[in-house]
Design a protein around this ligand. Structure first.
Ligand code: HEC
Ligand code: HEC
Ligand code: HEC
Ligand code: HEC
Ligand code: HEC
Ligand code: HEC
Ligand code: HEC
Ligand code: HEC
Ligand code: HEC
Ligand code: HEC
Ligand code: HEC
Length: 412
């Protein structure tokens, strides 16, 4: 054919591009040499695409050696991404995308290659990848395979400038969260979420949960199953991350605390705050309002927001007139615990005894009354409005009873 070319002279790069483009820039021409239109489209490589990419300073022949002739000789070679980016390749080898080590070898197709995230000739440099449409496009590539983890509203990271899937999961070392090497493993979240949320992470690491997490060997627990102390995503979730301060988050947070502290939660729901929360109030105190979110300590620790000496300011956040006497109020009352809450204990038993006593007396009264009616009926004495001849038929029960009974007596 007319287009068959000789070797492209080495060094004449611009010309080399031009020569390649004579065919690889012409869909119609490529179509004649390929089986399907899709194949032809794949072969179409526009120089402006390459020029705009991270490899814009390179030419076709930098990566494709020996393609100067057509038909392309069998010996023609393409330099793969890994050949020039060894470090990235090393990282990628350790990731779930290359097949996790020790697992059964993955089927091809389950291995996620460089170009499935980066594209081939449209590789974007890091600067452009950091935000805007290129970042959105990258996230789309992730969600094309991980639809369940799509960042959807109200996830605060979805709209956050510069945050993508890889901000949490790393560029090349994505691993299952249960793998201790994963960035999103329970132990590693404080560090990697903390990269952007320094304040929260710095506080949390010292508190009772942070300390407990650091003291627990990774393999001993799985916070997602409620075993062991919580990590960031135990309370905040991931995809979507819950936005603090919204009602849904408040309710979910109480539920989370309750999963691991059922007794404290149960007693909380016995208080004014708890009952109002259950009824949908958003202004009353929930667990974190009193205990804080990331600075939780046992009550006898002076750093605790609920330590005796700190209670006044803690309550005063919402009760400006809080005084030492006010904070004697029990936030976790136990009506069955005489030592902890004698006043509640005795009034609880007094009120309930009164209630149960009253119900018992009147219950028995009604029962005996009913027995009496049945006995009388057998004897032919009628009490109810069912009596055919009674003038009180269809009238109020109490009234009818009296009258019918009287009439029944007459019949006798
Ligand atoms: C005469 C037209 C023509 C020219 C010029 C041409 N190619 Fe091709 N090239 C094709 C066609 C047609 C195919 C697809 C069919 C095939 O693989 O033979 C192809 C395939 C390729 C492939 C894919 C090979 C594979 O196995 O998947 C690469 C890479 C390639 N060309 C690179 C180049 C480079 C680099 C140049 C310039 C140095 C170049 N081509 C010049 C027509 C051409
Ligand atoms: C930075 C390196 C690099 C440069 C520069 C480059 N390519 Fe490629 N190209 C590749 C890699 C890597 C592949 C193989 C992708 C694969 O196997 O999935 C490829 C694949 C191809 C293919 C085959 C497409 C397919 O899907 O099979 C063609 C055709 C091609 N390149 C043409 C060109 C042309 C024309 C140029 C110049 C305009 C060019 N390439 C510049 C790296 C490069
Ligand atoms: C022939 C060597 C070569 C090949 C093959 C190659 N690259 Fe590159 N790549 C480079 C060079 C050189 C740069 C620019 C220098 C730099 O920024 O590291 C670069 C830049 C990049 C960048 C941008 C880095 C930054 O800091 O902004 C990414 C991403 C990238 N390449 C990915 C790939 C992928 C994916 C492939 C396979 C499709 C690939 N490269 C193939 C040499 C290569
Ligand atoms: C799961 C998607 C994914 C895969 C697969 C992937 N990358 Fe990346 N790569 C990224 C993301 C995301 C970034 C940007 C990281 C950032 O902005 O910090 C990146 C950055 C890069 C960079 C520039 C920064 C650096 O780490 O050097 C290079 C080079 C690179 N990738 C090459 C490769 C190569 C080579 C492969 C295949 C062995 C590969 N990538 C596979 C997603 C991927
Ligand atoms: C072409 C499809 C594909 C793309 C694109 C892709 N992944 Fe994956 N990803 C997979 C497959 C397949 C696995 C292994 C599945 C498994 O073991 O559950 C995986 C595993 C993971 C895991 C480990 C989860 C686990 O439970 O094993 C994370 C995290 C992950 N990918 C994040 C990402 C991120 C972030 C991106 C984008 C930067 C991305 N993936 C792009 C297909 C893809
Ligand atoms: C704010 C940090 C963050 C962002 C952003 C993020 N993830 Fe995750 N991802 C996590 C955490 C934390 C886990 C661990 C699971 C958990 O605790 O729910 C996880 C788990 C996963 C898993 C493993 C399966 C699972 O649910 O356990 C995959 C796959 C995954 N993420 C993909 C993605 C993809 C794709 C994106 C982008 C659309 C993304 N992630 C964005 C934090 C994040
Ligand atoms: C790359 C930086 C980055 C990483 C990593 C990151 N975040 Fe964020 N996060 C942001 C940005 C930006 C926002 C939105 C602006 C804001 O509200 O601070 C945000 C918002 C949030 C919010 C809502 C804040 C509010 O006021 O309610 C929570 C909660 C949150 N992130 C938790 C996490 C957790 C948990 C992780 C780790 C699993 C994580 N983030 C990882 C950057 C990040
Ligand atoms: C025990 C549950 C719990 C754990 C563990 C936890 N948080 Fe929080 N976090 C909360 C609660 C509750 C709030 C809401 C506080 C409020 O509304 O005053 C919150 C608020 C936030 C906010 C919003 C801004 C702020 O500081 O008020 C960010 C960001 C945040 N957490 C990040 C993190 C990170 C990062 C981690 C892991 C190092 C983490 N959280 C661990 C419960 C938790
Ligand atoms: C995944 C389980 C888990 C979740 C969720 C959780 N905690 Fe804890 N919490 C623990 C563990 C485990 C300890 C004990 C640490 C120790 O004893 O060293 C603890 C300790 C405490 C303590 C110190 C007193 C004590 O009993 O040791 C308080 C107070 C506390 N948590 C409050 C909360 C609050 C408030 C929330 C919700 C914002 C919450 N916790 C969520 C597991 C959890
Ligand atoms: C109105 C404030 C307030 C609210 C709301 C509250 N607490 Fe408390 N909490 C306290 C005070 C004060 C103490 C210390 C005195 C005590 O033990 O009752 C305490 C004690 C605790 C303790 C035991 C600490 C120790 O060192 O023994 C745990 C665990 C606890 N709370 C968890 C919770 C959980 C979980 C919730 C939400 C379901 C919650 N709290 C709601 C004020 C509150
Ligand atoms: C997040 C805000 C908030 C915090 C913190 C808070 N409360 Fe409340 N509390 C409320 C609201 C709102 C009501 C209902 C309106 C009212 O009566 O003031 C209420 C009602 C009460 C009531 C019953 C009604 C009343 O006003 O007498 C008591 C008692 C009470 N709180 C005690 C406490 C104590 C003690 C603390 C500290 C350990 C505390 N509260 C912390 C918001 C809070």
């Amino acid at each position: 054919m007319a287009l068959i070319m000789g070797l492209v002279p080495a060094g004449l790069e611009a010309q080399a591009v031009l020569e390649c483009q004579r065919c690889h820039g012409e869909l119609e021409l490529l179509r004649q040499h390929t089986r399907t239109l899709a194949d032809a489209r794949r072969m179409l490589v526009l120089p402006e695409e390459l020029a705009a990419s991270a490899h814009g300073h390179m030419t076709c022949t930098d990566c494709h050696a020996g393609f100067g002739r057509f038909p392309h000789p069998a010996a023609a070679r393409t330099t793969g991404c890994a050949d020039c980016h060894e470090a990235a390749e090393q990282e990628w080898r350790r990731s779930a995308h290359a097949g996790v080590e020790g697992e059964e070898a993955r089927e091809v197709g389950e291995v996620v290659t460089c170009t499935q995230c980066h594209g081939v000739h449209t590789v974007v440099d890091l600067e452009r990848l950091a935000e805007g449409p290129e970042l959105a496009r990258l996230n789309e590539r992730c969600t094309a395979c991980h639809e369940l983890q799509r960042l959807s509203p109200p996830d605060p990271h979805r709209a956050a400038e510069g945050v993508g899937c890889h901000s949490c999961h790393s560029a090349h070392e994505q691993l299952p969260p249960a793998d201790p090497e994963s960035r999103m493993a329970a132990h590693n979240q404080p560090q990697f979420c903390g990269a952007c949320h320094q304040e929260a992470a710095a506080a949390w690491v010292n508190d009772v949960h942070g300390q407990a997490l650091l003291a627990t060997p990774p393999e001993d627990f799985d916070p997602r199953r409620g075993i062991g102390p919580p990590t960031c995503s135990t309370c905040h979730d991931a995809h979507p991350t819950a936005v603090a301060g919204e009602r849904d988050f408040t309710v979910a947070a109480v539920e989370r605390c309750a999963e691991c502290h059922p007794h404290a939660a149960q007693t909380f729901f016995g208080t004014y705050h708890g009952k109002a929360t259950a009824l949908g109030s958003v202004i009353v105190a929930t667990c974190a309002d009193c205990h804080s979110a990331h600075q939780i300590f046992p009550a006898d620790d002076p750093r605790s927001t609920v330590a005796e000496q700190n209670l006044v300011p803690t309550c005063a956040a919402c009760h400006p007139y809080a005084r030492p006497a006010f904070v004697l109020y029990d936030s976790h009352p136990e009506p069955f615990n005489r030592h902890r809450n004698p006043a509640i204990f005795y009034s609880f038993w007094f009120m309930n005894s009164l209630l149960i006593g009253t119900l018992t007396v009147f219950g028995l009264h009604t029962l005996f009354w009913w027995v009496r009616i049945k006995v009388d009926e057998r004897r032919g004495i009628f009490h109810g409005p069912g009596h055919k001849h009674g003038p009180g038929q269809g009238q109020g029960q109490g009234q009818g009873q009296g009258r019918v009974r009287g009439e029944g007596d007459e019949h006798e």
